[in-house]
Unconditional design. Structure first.
Length: 96
């Protein structure tokens, strides 16, 4: 359960795309919280990693979602977005 609005937004984006994800409560351990910021060289939480590669925070993920770039990034790692699947189904229905 996300404890802040930014984390909640990231969770909602992931759910819309049908992405299975892991989440970690970095608020439970200050050393982990600071460590992740140092590791990624990114000052804010949440932080999103796809296949171990740092993508950004909530603002970056939201921009990627809005532009459609997130669908492309997910495809690069073999994940088909549920939004893309839905679009393909709609296209099939229109062609009939």
């Amino acid at each position: 359960m996300p404890r802040c609005g930014f984390s909640n937004a990231v969770v909602q984006i992931m759910r819309m795309h049908g992405v299975n994800y892991d989440a970690h409560n970095v608020l439970a351990d200050d050393s982990v919280r600071q460590g992740i910021k140092e590791y990624s060289d990114w000052p804010t939480i949440p932080q999103v990693f796809i296949n171990g590669d740092f993508v950004g925070g909530c603002d970056i993920l939201l921009q990627m979602h809005q532009s459609g770039e997130l669908i492309d990034e997910l495809q690069k790692v073999g994940i088909t977005s549920a939004l893309l699947e839905q679009e393909m189904e709609n296209d099939k229905g229109e062609k009939k």
